[in-house]
Design a binder for this molecule. Sequence first.
Ligand SMILES: O=C(O)CCC(=O)C(=O)O
Ligand SMILES: [Fe+2]
Length: 403
Amino acid sequence: MRKVDMTETSASRAPVTRKGSELPVSVDTTKMVQFLVEKGLTEVPPEFLLPKNLRPSSTRMKNIPRTFQIPVIDMAKLNHPDFGENVVREIGRACEEWGFFQVINHGFSAELMQGAMQMCGEFFALPMEEKKLYSMKTSSGIGYGRRMAVKEGVRVDWVDRLGFWSASEEHRKRQPLDVICPAAFNATMSQYGDEILKLAHVILSALSRHAGLDGNYLLDRLGETNTAGVRTGMNYYPPCPQPDLVMGIGQHADGSVLTIVQQDGTPGLEVLKDGLWVPIPAIPEAFVINVGDQIQMISNERYKSVVHRVVAGNGSGRKSISNFFLPNWETVVSPAPRFCTRSNPARYQPVKFSEYITEFMKVPLGEERFVDLFKVPARNEGNQYLISAEGTKGKICPQRFSD
Ligand SMILES: O=C(O)CCC(=O)C(=O)O
Ligand SMILES: [Fe+2]
């Protein structure tokens, strides 16, 4: 098996540190998007500017068929003795074909969803001097700042973020961040995180069943249940005077097991399907769920971690809450035996999750797929891995996700 030495990969563009260790970061609050917008800027600063060929207007197809939409799955009947299997099938198919779906009637309290979005609004409404108290200190993404605050000279996304552990209690009590203002923040977001964790378990159990396995199979692959957790990112995409020149979040796939996103009713999220950027409708009472890299690896690519992005807008801004369901830090992730056969051998080599995610957080989002660093090289016989043409290897290659 090929050995991945992350010091020789794209991660090497970050300052050299021990593999798996976080980098110190320092957040300059005068560069936060919200700060710039509140100062009344009318032109996008150069570090946000996209080259012409990557702008939303030049990459979006105008006439996507209306039927071409990520599935919206009604979860109400998941436990129904007659109809439960239909819901399981819908979830499984969505994860095979799109890597994305929305859920409604998911059992999550509407009041708690509203409460969380309110906490998000109240946090970003705090004076900058107060938000600054929660600034990110390391590349872990915990705190106020933005992803890749570590890297100079990389195109910057039009988004500010507050990252924290919302579940489980183990993680919450150990995190170097305690948002004490607004007062209700911790209480609401702990409750929210616990509920998100339950929803993640339900989805994972449905996926296990879809693969013909015991309901706990995928969960068991993540390490001890009570040590898996939810990292939450509250995102604020302020109104942009020139939205076509920037990206809210550039194209990327998530390093999580699953990601569960709550949108505020404002569109912006788009998923790459068969080479087309497909907008995801903003249904406020729904959650958008997507497969992350860990499930793509564990399921040996049966369930796909698909590239997506967020476009900016010039309306009143957009808020969202991204919840990343993560395995135990010590878990070694690899294709599970039940997803591998002689004709479809393991496509990934094992990687310890803590190393995966700490390095993932240091690499600027871009065209390269971090997960590709762990691919087993294609062999001549019996390997189903679709190798992209030389030159596109390691780059986003939509066809790879549409077969
Ligand atoms: O804001 C959103 O809707 C999604 C954000 C996202 O893709 C992420 O946080 O990874
Ligand atoms: Fe994402």
